[in-house]
Design a protein around this ligand. Structure first.
Ligand code: GZL
Length: 330
């Protein structure tokens, strides 16, 4: 992946809200009666995509529905790591019983997670991963195998473009995020293993948003034109849909002149597939709230949990889009 500086992402305001009772409690959870159920602190990446919003909904609803949990304190850092770190410190101050973190990027967590450790508050990772060196600072990660998601995209690429010397472009997600790094590694690992004859015309990080994907694709078109570009691998639906808009604006047919692979599998992604604007969808499942609450309870009960619990995910070609589009819940 060509690592190029991204425009400074405007820092967003931290929105700290409580999902259930609207109360901020410490370990005593004194609601005027006795309630020794745990308080869960959840620090979310942001609200950049349908996947992220579905993930937040799944976790917030699961916490409210789960009688084993007192309530969830929710922080949305709008893709800003410093705001995630500040939110974790607030949760430590509030003496929550467990911190769930969806880390926007892989590095920069040692100091604040050490603070949580010293405060005796276990940390669970939801969705993305952090550097292996900090593995001792969290109990477990529940999320996707991002490298396998990249491999799935590459296997379809090999099947579709074998022997064609295809011109490929890649629009990656947030630089330094486990999702973007893993999808990139898995994709090119399989292309190399399968010895596919292709040219990487260009590759650029973006930010998992429609506007970000559109801007990067416009840059590719300005620099290279579209005649040499046969396929786009976009690391999520929003960036693939934004890129399709740019391709269309340049007078070409997305899904035909330029084939497009996306990752997530939102309803909007499948609708674009049904409309013939994209060609392959690798699923990334956001709806793991109930599974996360089970992990929270197991960790607090002192049970042994695996360091990584993958969520179930598939992949879909054009023949699947019509059947699947109405089953998408995000
Ligand atoms: C993947 C998740 C990614 C999604 C994007 O688990 O981290 O972040 O693929 C989201 O849509 O922005």
């Amino acid at each position: 992946m060509v690592k190029r500086p991204l425009a400074t992402i405007a820092t967003a305001l931290l929105v700290l809200s409580s999902a259930a009772c609207g109360l901020r409690g410490g370990n005593d959870h004194d609601f005027g009666g006795t309630d020794d159920r745990p308080v869960v602190g959840f620090v979310q990446v942001g609200s950049e995509s349908a996947w992220r919003k579905a993930n937040s909904d799944s976790i917030q609803v699961a916490a409210v529905d789960d009688d084993r949990i007192a309530y969830l304190q929710f922080a949305n850092a709008e893709q800003d790591q410093q705001r995630q770190i500040e939110a974790i410190r607030e949760l430590i101050e509030d003496e929550v019983d467990v911190i769930v973190l969806a880390p926007v990027v892989e590095s920069g967590w040692t100091e604040v997670l050490t603070e949580a450790d010293r405060a005796g508050i276990p940390v669970i990772l939801a969705d993305r991963a952090i550097d292996e060196a900090d593995e001792h600072l969290y109990e477990t990660r529940l999320g996707s195998d991002f490298v396998e998601e990249g491999r799935k995209a590459a296997r379809w690429t090999v099947e579709t473009f074998a022997g064609e010397n295809a011109g490929l472009v890649e629009i990656g997600g947030t630089p330094g995020s486990a999702a973007a790094e893993g999808r990139n590694v898995g994709y090119f690992e399989v292309l190399e293993d399968e010895d596919l004859d292709y040219e990487l015309v260009d590759s650029e990080f973006s930010d998992f948003t429609v506007e970000g994907g559109k801007e990067v694709m416009e840059g590719f078109i300005d620099e290279h034109g579209l005649d040499r570009i046969d396929l786009l691998f976009a690391h999520n639906d929003e960036m693939g849909i934004g890129a399709a808009d740019a391709i269309e604006a340049a007078g070409y047919d997305p899904g035909d002149d330029v084939q497009i692979i996306i990752v997530d599998g939102s309803r909007a992604g499948f609708e674009a597939g049904v409309a013939g604007r994209l060609n392959y969808i690798v699923e990334c499942n956001p709806s793991f709230g109930p599974q996360l609450m089970d992990l929270v309870v197991d960790v607090l009960d002192g049970k042994d949990v695996d360091k990584f619990t993958p969520v179930e995910e598939g992949a879909f070609g054009p023949e699947d889009f019509e059947d699947e589009v109405n089953h998408r819940d995000f």
